[in-house]
Design a protein around this ligand. Structure first.
Ligand code: 5GP
Length: 206
């Protein structure tokens, strides 16, 4: 196909693309992302570092790097984090080297962050395209149900997640795409459509 293109033009998918998936608690980011990763060999998940303790099903190195406060301080001091934030009293950050190396090798990276992280990744001037996708449940009622249904948190933590969710929804205008997760399969297909379209985007270079 490349021999068909005129000079000074390429497809965005020839290099790595960062797909940032944000959205309120209960949107289903983790489920959507694991389905995407199982189907698309070019996608890699950016495993974040966090000081939050692991939930029962979470695995160190797969879901997060679970680190101590001291270790997180070290990561910040070393400049090892592309961005970091505090969420419900715990720190979360994106390891820079993993993301950049994968993008450089032509792989696409999926990042699961909250809205401040999404903003910071766009502003970080990675030298690679950054696509911001906001995932939402079909309604506020459904969002609240999903947050309560997780069952791993205290009533205060649930109330705080709902408050944060309200604030996060206000950031939708900063995003490129809005995907409704009414049903997992459909939501995954919508995000896949975005990924395919972004790879086919024509880029004028030079
Ligand atoms: P949870 O504790 O539910 O796994 O994550 C809480 C929030 O932190 C979610 O919105 C999640 O997307 C976000 N998050 C996870 N990792 C990172 C990160 O590296 N950076 C930022 N900014 N947010 C993150």
């Amino acid at each position: 196909m490349k021999d068909l293109l005129p000079a000074g033009v390429k497809l965005q998918g020839e290099g790595g693309i960062a797909f940032v998936i944000a959205g309120p608690s209960g949107a289903g980011k983790s489920s959507v992302i694991s389905a995407l990763l199982s189907r698309d060999q070019r996608l890699r998940f950016s495993v974040s570092a966090t000081t939050r303790p692991p939930r029962p099903t979470e695995v160190h190195g797969r879901d997060y790097y679970f680190v101590s406060e001291e270790e997180f301080d070290r990561l910040i001091a070393q400049g090892a984090l592309l961005e970091w934030t505090v969420y419900q009293g715990h720190r979360y950050g994106t390891p820079r080297a993993e993301v950049v190396e994968r993008l450089k090798s032509g792989l696409d990276v999926v990042l699961k962050v909250e809205v401040n992280g999404a903003r910071a990744i766009r502003q970080a001037n990675l030298g690679f395209p950054v696509v911001l996708i906001f995932l939402v449940p079909p309604s506020w009622e459904e969002l609240a149900k999903r947050v309560r249904g997780r069952g791993t948190e205290t009533a205060e933590a649930v109330a705080e997640r709902l408050h944060i969710a309200r604030e996060e929804l206000k950031c939708i205008p900063e995003f490129d795409y809005l995907v409704v997760n009414d049903q997992l399969e459909r939501a995954v297909a919508r995000v896949e459509a975005i990924i395919q379209a972004e790879r086919m985007r024509i880029v004028r270079c030079g």
